[in-house]
Design a protein around this ligand. Structure first.
Ligand code: CA
Length: 232
């Protein structure tokens, strides 16, 4: 099997070095960039399997890089955020990052996250040849097998996580889930994040799915409890 390629975009050389060392020990192929512009170029040219992206970077910050990469690529992105930068996590997710990890982090946790995120894309890739399993909810079609959602025949271009969230809720129509339950079930591994991750992902999903995201017709809020899916 080809080694998986991880691109580390981090300007602190000591952090970059130790991550690189540990990833190479785990048989990953590692590429590094020390500023945002170089990182973006490498992200676009070398098609890594995953990007570790620091927020505070010279030349171009991590948010700008994330946004740019997302214009053309669904590669998993894990943002590295500093502990005091609470707001950063949410912004990173809004710009399309898949996950974030707070500095200082343990190497074991980081590697577990990297593996979990790469595994999810592998699962999706392996499903591309599967027969379609399209379920229809009004003018929304969800192909449960191929990770595609279309509304009025037009693809919604969901990220993996947005799709998984939609799929999870749609397969359990009308059942209400708390944010904690969704974190555990949809994010899948022991998640150190907070429940706002769920709110942000729901908001992004609604912006793509709903005609008017302030008056949702599919992904509904049950006040004080959580979220559910219904047929409009
Ligand atoms: Ca930095």
């Amino acid at each position: 099997m080809e080694p998986k390629k991880v691109l580390i975009i981090e300007d602190e050389k000591s952090i970059s070095d130790i991550i690189k060392f540990n990833l190479e020990k785990e048989s990953f192929e590692v590429d590094t960039a020390f500023d945002g512009q170089d990182g973006l170029a490498k992200a676009l040219e070398n098609s890594p399997d995953l990007i570790l992206l620091d927020v505070m970077l010279p030349v171009m910050d991590g948010f700008a890089v994330c946004k740019k990469v997302r214009e053309t690529s669904t590669v998993p992105i894990i943002m590295l955020t500093a502990k005091e930068e609470e707001v950063d996590k949410v912004l990173g997710l809004e710009l399309g990052a898949d996950d974030y990890i707070t500095k200082p982090f343990g190497m074991r946790e980081l590697i577990a996250r990297i593996k979990a995120n790469i595994r999810r894309t592998e699962i999706v890739d392996s499903l591309q040849g599967e027969p379609a399993d399209v379920q229809v909810f009004g003018n929304l079609e969800i192909d449960m097998n191929r990770y595609e959602a279309r509304k009025d025949g037009i693809s919604l271009e969901l990220t993996l996580r947005e799709f998984e969230l939609l799929k999870y809720l749609a397969e359990r129509e009308n059942k209400v889930f708390s944010r904690e339950q969704l974190l555990e079930e949809v994010w899948g591994y022991e998640y150190y994040g907070d429940i706002r991750t769920v709110d942000v992902t729901i908001r992004r999903l609604r912006e793509k799915l709903e005609d008017d995201s302030s008056e949702p017709q599919y992904v509904m809020t049950k006040r004080g409890i959580g979220y559910y899916f219904r047929r409009p």
